[in-house]
Design a protein around this ligand. Structure first.
Ligand SMILES: NC(=O)c1ccc[n+]([C@@H]2O[C@H](COP(=O)([O-])OP(=O)(O)OC[C@H]3O[C@@H](n4cnc5c(N)ncnc54)[C@H](O)[C@@H]3O)[C@@H](O)[C@H]2O)c1
Length: 335
C-alpha cells in the first residue's frame, strides 16, 4: 500500500530521473515530471520510455530557477523528488554561477514552495561528492563534508538549505547521498560511458585521466529503488542517508572489466586535460551501507566484483544497442 499518491520528480528528463519515473509509474503512482525547457521540444530521456509508461507521466517543461513555475508545479503534490541539477565537475570550474543558480537557488525555490503547500515528503538528491576524498573508509553520514569542486560546494549548500527548512519549519526533508551511479542512458561525459564509447569507436589508445581514484559504483536501477523506498519509509524526516554498495573499485579495474568484454587490450594514455586540479581530485569514495539498510531496508545488488561485471556488461550491451542515441564525448569527463 502506498501512503502517498502524487509524486513530482525534477530532473526527470535526465539519466537517473528517467529511471525513477519509470519505476514510479510501474509502482502505480501518479507521476508529474519536470523536464528542462528547451526550444527543441525535447523531454530528454523521457521521450525514449515505452509509450505505455510515457503516456502515464504528466510532463511539465520549465526551469527550477523560476520561482513561479516551481510554485505551480508543487501544488497538490504529496512527495517531491529533487534531482534537477547541473552535475558535471569540469563544467563547474568554468561556469560556477550557473551551478549556484540551478543547484542552490533551484532547491530553494522547491523548498519554499513545498513549505507553502505543506508537502508530505521532500526527498532531496545530493551526492557522495559532498564528502571530498574519504578521510575514513567506509564513509558514514557523519563524515565531514568538503567542497573540493564548485559542483560539490553547490550540493553542500543545497543540503544545508534543506536541513534549515527541516529544522526551522519542520518541512519533512530527507537528503540522499548517492555514490557513483551507472547504467543505461548515462551521459557519455561520465567515466564508464567514456570508456565504453572509446572501445566502441575502435580507438587505438584509451584517453583517460587518473586511473587510481576509487569509486563506489552503484547500478541505476538499484539507486532508484532506494529512492522509491523513501516514499513509505517511516522516521526519515531530517535524516541524511548514503546510497552506495559498500565496495570500492578503481577506474583501472573498471577499464579492465570493460576491456575484457570487448576482448582487446588497448593502451591507456593519461591526458592532462582530463586530470582535475590536484586538490580538487577526489581520491577515494566508498559508502557505509549501515544506515540505508537499517532505515530503508535497502541494499544494492552489487556486492562483489562479479556483480559489478554483470551490471557493466548489461550497460555495455545497452550502449551498443543504442549507439545512435549517444554522442561520444572525447574531450572531458566527470566521475
Ligand atoms: N550520476 C551520478 O553518478 C550521480 C551520483 C550522485 C548524485 N547524483 C545526483 O543525481 C541527480 C541526477 O543526476 P543525473 O546523473 O541523472 O544527471 P542528468 O544531468 O542526467 O540529470 C539532471 C537533469 O536536471 C535537469 N536540469 C538542469 N538544470 C535544470 C533547470 N534549471 N531546471 C529544470 N531542470 C534542470 C537537466 O535537464 C537534466 O536532465 C543530480 O542531482 C546529481 O547531483 C548523480
Amino acid at each position: 500500500m502506498n501512503n502517498y499518491k502524487k509524486i513530482l520528480v525534477t530532473g526527470a528528463d535526465g539519466f537517473i530521473g528517467s529511471h525513477l519515473c519509470e519505476l514510479l509509474v510501474k509502482k502505480k503512482f501518479n507521476v508529474s515530471a519536470i523536464s528542462f525547457y528547451n526550444s527543441f521540444g525535447s523531454n530528454g530521456w523521457l521521450d525514449y520510455l515505452s509509450k505505455d509508461i510515457k503516456d502515464k507521466i504528466k510532463i511539465i517543461s520549465g526551469d527550477i530557477r523560476d520561482k513561479d513555475f516551481v510554485s505551480s508545479c508543487v501544488k497538490r503534490q504529496d512527495v517531491i523528488f529533487n534531482l534537477a541539477a547541473l552535475i558535471g565537475i569540469p563544467y563547474s570550474y568554468r561556469s560556477t554561477e550557473s551551478y549556484i543558480d540551478t543547484n542552490i537557488k533551484g532547491t530553494f525555490n522547491l523548498l519554499s514552495a513545498s513549505k507553502k503547500q505543506k508537502i508530505k515528503k521532500f526527498i532531496h538528491i545530493s551526492t557522495s561528492e559532498v564528502y571530498g576524498s574519504a578521510q575514513k573508509i567506509p564513509i558514514t553520514e557523519a563524515h565531514p563534508v568538503v567542497g573540493q569542486s564548485p559542483y560539490s560546494a553547490s550540493k553542500i549548500s543545497a543540503e544545508q538549505l534543506c536541513i534549515s527548512y527541516n529544522k526551522s519549519f519542520a518541512l519533512p526533508v530527507t537528503i540522499l547521498r548517492p555514490f557513483n551511479v551507472f547504467g543505461p542512458r548515462q551521459s557519455t561525459r561520465a567515466i564508464i560511458p567514456t570508456i565504453i564509447g572509446q572501445y566502441m569507436q575502435n580507438q587505438k589508445i584509451l584517453n583517460l585521466g587518473l586511473m587510481t581514484p576509487t569509486r563506489d559504483f552503484n547500478y541505476v536501477e538499484d539507486t532508484v529503488h532506494a529512492f522509491y523506498k523513501c516514499i513509505n519509509a517511516k522516521g526519515i524526516s531530517g535524516e541524511i542517508i548514503n546510497i552506495g554498495t559498500g565496495k570500492e573499485f578503481s577506474i583501472k579495474v573498471v577499464a579492465e572489466i570493460i576491456s575484457d568484454y570487448f576482448g582487446k587490450k588497448i593502451k591507456v594514455k593519461q591526458e592532462k586535460k582530463r586530470i582535475r586540479p590536484k586538490l580538487s581530485e577526489v581520491l577515494r569514495l566508498c559508502s557505509s551501507t549501515k544506515k540505508s539498510k537499517k532505515i530503508l531496508n535497502w541494499r544494492s545488488s552489487i556486492k562483489s566484483k562479479k556483480d559489478l561485471k554483470i551490471k557493466l556488461y548489461e550497460t555495455i550491451e545497452w550502449y551498443i544497442k543504442n549507439k545512435k542515441l549517444m554522442k561520444i564525448n572525447n574531450k572531458e569527463y566527470h566521475i
